[in-house]
Design a protein around this ligand. Structure first.
Ligand code: PLP
Length: 446
């Protein structure tokens, strides 16, 4: 059989076994086999009743507008996106945030994930003349969903984030910051096409400061690269971010590319996102969409369009989505810390500034986050072990120079708090209990 299926390099690279694909299959299987599993692992947003009602209402209005509905289902959109949707998005960004964004700067994509795949492979990889350029992750760990996106091998180079403690008297809360000195060293030897950050960052819930973004943009400009900011959880929508000011402005510079998703505001099933970028990039993304998919699905654009036309997407982010996750986040942090304390574990949680994940770090864990993940799965709780979020790191980093960072790579779990509250709290209790059992076992084996 294997002789028949002779794959291209592209075919191999994108379908060969990878850690994250195995992990995703494992998670999917576990959920299918055990419906009672406490699911604290996936990227699904919370079901917020007010948002669900608003989306149903908008879908209902679209459905009852027979000519628009029939036309939408019976025809392909332009590969850049429906012109009315593009206009609505561009006008919202230009009117509300005073940015020089017109519809030629917006490209719809079938989910931010696919959009990022197109963008990264468009910019990085081998260019005519043999020059090979990379995507720079300035503060590892970063979203695992990027890790296998390269059509070519070794697309990424990453710089370890600095581990800091915002309150030196409280070691239970840590925070990553960009290590600009190490970044400067890295760009001396690496040819970088794009600097990539998710903000808020998946898995840590970190939100790079505007100062950090401005420095990254200056760096990108200096090395003739782009700064790509993935706003899947951020401002101005969906607003799953602690700092309310983030909803009032959008970071923008000459070298910035912004990506957005409708998923985390409640529509992951509609697979719709968009990119805001200089028109020459939008044109290329449009060509890629035409080639790989002809056009994007139209339903997400139609259902969300009134929200962009009226600016309601900003209002609901401010009045429904942000407060909802803020309440959930504050309770989740308190409950998880409480459970760890009761179990007597030395556990640290990344300062939760956005997204709906808590990154828990167990500095005493020796058998690794995969072992802990498997034990938790056996006992009915699903989380994500974070070793795969640390990709693209130069081998030199695996030295004593950054010993604590290096050890931490296999000591972290990403725990979602978007599931119903009872599920989350039951899951937290079990995580604390099972982790303390494992740590005790490790100690007794010494
Ligand atoms: C940081 C980040 N970017 C992008 C995506 C994918 O978004 P979409 O559903 O629009 O493809 C996710 C999904 O979990 C994510 O966490």
């Amino acid at each position: 059989m294997s002789n028949i299926l002779q794959l291209s390099n592209f075919g191999r690279k994108l379908t060969e076994k990878s850690g994250i694909v195995d992990l995703m299959n494992d998670l999917g299987e576990a959920v299918a086999l055990r419906p009672d599993m406490l699911m604290l692992g996936g990227g699904n947003p919370a079901a917020i009743p007010e948002m669900q009602a608003l989306w149903r209402e908008s879908a209902g209005a679209f459905l009852s507008n027979q000519p628009a509905f029939d036309k939408s289902l019976a025809s392909y959109d332009s590969p850049q996106g429906d012109p009315f949707f593009l206009d609505a998005v561009a006008s919202m960004f230009s009117d509300r945030f005073h940015l020089p964004i017109a519809s030629e700067n917006v490209a719809v994509v079938s989910g931010a994930q696919l959009g990022m795949f197109c963008l990264l492979n468009l910019l990085a990889g081998e260019a005519p003349g043999g020059r090979k350029r990379k995507v720079l992750i300035p503060a590892s760990p970063e979203y695992v969903g990027y890790a296998d996106m390269g059509v070519e091998p070794d697309l990424f180079v990453a710089c370890p984030a600095k581990i800091t403690y915002p309150d030196p008297n409280d070691l239970s809360t840590f925070k990553y910051v960009v290590d600009f000195e190490a970044l400067e060293d890295l760009v001396q030897t690496e040819d970088v096409a794009a600097v990539l950050v998710s903000r808020p960052t998946n898995p840590s819930g970190n939100v790079l400061t505007r100062d950090e973004l401005a420095k990254l943009e200056r760096l990108a400009e200096r090395i003739d690269a782009w700064l790509i900011i993935d706003n899947a959880y951020g401002g101005p929508f969906p607003g799953i971010i602690e700092d309310e000011k983030e909803l009032d402005s959008v970071f923008w510079g000459k070298r910035t590319i912004l990506t957005y998703s409708l998923s985390k505001i409640g529509l992951p099933g509609l697979r719709t996102g968009f990119i805001i970028a200089p028109s020459e990039i939008v044109e290329r993304i449009t060509s890629l969409t035409a080639i790989v998919g002809l056009a994007n699905g139209s339903l997400g654009q139609r259902i969300a369009q009134p929200f962009f036309e009226t600016g309601k997407i900003l209002d609901v982010s401010r009045t429904i989505v942000r407060p909802y996750y803020q309440r959930r986040r504050r309770r989740a942090v308190e409950r998880l810390k409480d459970e760890f304390k009761k179990a007597g574990i030395d556990a640290r949680i990344h300062k939760s500034e956005g997204s709906f994940f808590l990154l828990a770090w167990f500095p005493e864990l020796q058998s690794g986050s995969r072992t802990l993940y498997r034990l938790l799965k056996e006992r009915g709780v699903l989380v994500i072990p974070c070793d795969e979020f640390f990709y693209g790191l130069p081998i030199a980093e695996r030295s004593t120079r950054n010993f604590i960072f290096e050890a931490s790579r296999t000591q972290m779990l990403r725990i979602s708090f978007s599931a119903p509250e009872e599920t989350v709290e039951k899951g937290f209790q079990m995580i604390a209990q099972i982790t303390s059992e494992l740590l005790a076992l490790e100690k007794s084996n010494y």
